[in-house]
Design a protein around this ligand. Structure first.
Ligand code: PLP
Length: 367
């Protein structure tokens, strides 16, 4: 079975991990610090704190905004669960908005109708790595959380996605563009918020150890600055992240190559709609290749691909349709995507023959 998502690791990751193991140091340490520095440099961030997942980075992002309980946060319904969970877990209320049919991204036009005096923040998701049009959204004057989980290599007008709003988060889970077993991280316009992230991420213990102790005779005493869970990254994960960061260009080039091939091969097929390319002022991350297949053919097409040994999936089943969110929202584009959207395999470990098989199989579909 050809998988829909995947990563590519090799000797570089093994060497980095081995070096940490041989140092007898697996917990948070020099590799985390190094990754934070190299990632900050590569993306041109003010600062960046590594955390243990993108989901927890979202929670941290909402927490950092200090929103009073009951505050509404507007976010797309067409996104991953953790976006809305983070809002709820921080005592706030998720308000789902619609997205654009072509980009699958939120737009100022889909956000604006939901702004009320209770709105405290907006969360945007750069779907598949295609940048959201940020300027009109920033114009609302509300804090904006950027979910750049898909957008580690994306730019808008030369600026890295994640570094445009108030707070930005990244995911480095096992199938993301920069893949590790599980990790994430956070950046912010205000470097104080990144510093706060570093103090919160270890159960809210600001600092510990001799360097930090006020009483040098009792250096084991620490100050707990807040009630906070443990979101600590470690040097084994950071080792993989460092190796992946160094080969990000190479992996991105492969993703782009496959994307362009699909665009060329599929654009003539009348029965599917290809995803939108990056505009001239944008850089895409090609996290997923999400097509649309209309007229009730999507499910049949997915089953056909599966039977031919090619796994596809929908990212994402809209959150407002999930009973846990008790939402009465009517979001026609999200609902249309729920019926028509489908991700085809796109990742750097696809071989030439995998790609050829995918293209051939798609083109052979008859309905
Ligand atoms: C848009 C989006 N946000 C956040 C996350 C959460 O990231 P993680 O899997 O690292 O917790 C994901 C994961 O797939 C995602 O797709």
């Amino acid at each position: 079975m050809i998988s829909v998502f995947g990563s590519k690791v090799g000797q570089e990751e093994i060497d980095e991990v081995r070096a940490s193991l041989e140092r007898q140091w697996m917990g948070i340490g020099p590799k985390v610090k190094k990754f934070e520095e190299e990632f900050t440099r590569r993306l041109g961030l003010t600062d960046f704190a590594m955390l243990d997942s993108g989901s927890n980075s979202l929670y941290m992002a909402v927490k950092l905004l200090n929103l009073p309980p009951g505050t509404e946060v507007i976010l797309p319904s067409f996104t991953w669960i953790s976006c809305a969970h983070a809002v709820v877990l921080c005592g706030c209320v998720p308000v789902f908005c619609d997205v654009d049919l072509d980009t699958h991204n939120v737009m100022s036009e889909t956000i604006e109708p939901h702004i009320t005096p209770k709105t405290g923040a907006i969360m945007v998701v750069h779907y598949a790595g295609k940048p959201v049009h940020m300027e009109p959204i920033l114009g609302f004057g509300l804090p904006v959380i950027e979910d750049a989980a898909h957008a580690v290599d994306s730019k808008l007008n030369g600026k890295s996605c994640g570094a445009i709003g108030s707070v930005g988060i990244y995911s480095f889970d096992a199938v993301k563009n920069l893949a590790t077993p599980d990790a994430g991280g956070l950046t912010a316009q205000d470097p104080e918020l990144v510093a706060r992230t570093r103090t919160l991420r270890y159960c809210g213990i600001g600092k510990s150890g001799f360097e930090a102790s006020a009483n040098k005779d009792r250096w084991w005493e620490y100050n707990i600055i807040d009630f906070f869970p443990r979101f600590l990254p470690n040097d084994i994960t950071a080792s993989v992240a460092l190796a992946q960061l160094r080969k990000l260009d190479q992996n991105q080039a492969r993703r782009r190559q496959i994307w362009e091939l699909y665009q060329r091969e599929f654009s003539e097929l009348g029965w599917l709609v290809c995803p939108m390319n990056a505009a001239p002022n944008e850089q895409h991350s090609y996290f997923t290749y999400c097509i649309r297949v209309s007229n009730s053919r999507r499910d049949r097409f997915a089953k056909y691909m599966y039977n031919q040994g090619i796994y596809t999936t929908l990212r994402y089943h809209p959150l407002h349709l999930n009973p846990i969110y008790k939402s009465n929202a009517k979001l026609p584009v999200c609902e249309q995507l729920n019926e028509e959207a489908l991700s085809l395999p796109l990742h750097p470990s696809l071989s030439e023959s995998d790609v050829a098989q995918i293209i051939e199989t798609v083109k052979a579909f008859r309905f």
